[in-house]
Each structure stands twice: as structure tokens, then as C-alpha cells.
Design a protein around this ligand. Structure first.
Ligand SMILES: [Zn+2]
Length: 56
């Protein structure tokens, strides 16, 4: 079952909501499910490098 929980990251800490917009600032809330690729993931590069090394 897909999660309907959404999150606004425009605050000091994530604001979770079931609505499509943030109850605090009114901006669009995004689905809280982890994206398959997050360019801001600080560990993404390390994980991918590790994966590559295992495959080799
Ligand atoms: Zn907000």
C-alpha cells in the first residue's frame, strides 16, 4: 500500500501532513516515500561506489 503521508521540507524539521499542501506554510507537500534517486543524498555517491565495487 502506498503511503499518503506527505512532507514539507521548508522548515527546520520536516512537517508531515495527509494533505497535498503544508498546513504551516501552504506550499506543496511532497510524498514522503523515498525517491529512487536523491541528488542531495550525501551518502548516495558512497553507496553507488560500494555497489560498483561489489559488482566488479
Ligand atoms: Zn511547510
Amino acid at each position: 500500500m502506498k503511503s499518503d503521508i506527505r512532507v514539507c521540507r521548508d522548515h527546520d524539521r520536516p512537517v508531515y501532513t495527509l494533505s497535498s499542501s503544508c498546513p504551516e506554510c501552504g506550499s506543496d507537500a511532497e510524498n514522503s516515500a523515498p525517491a529512487p534517486f536523491n541528488p542531495e543524498d550525501p551518502y548516495g555517491e558512497y553507496r553507488r561506489a560500494l555497489k560498483r565495487r561489489v559488482r566488479d
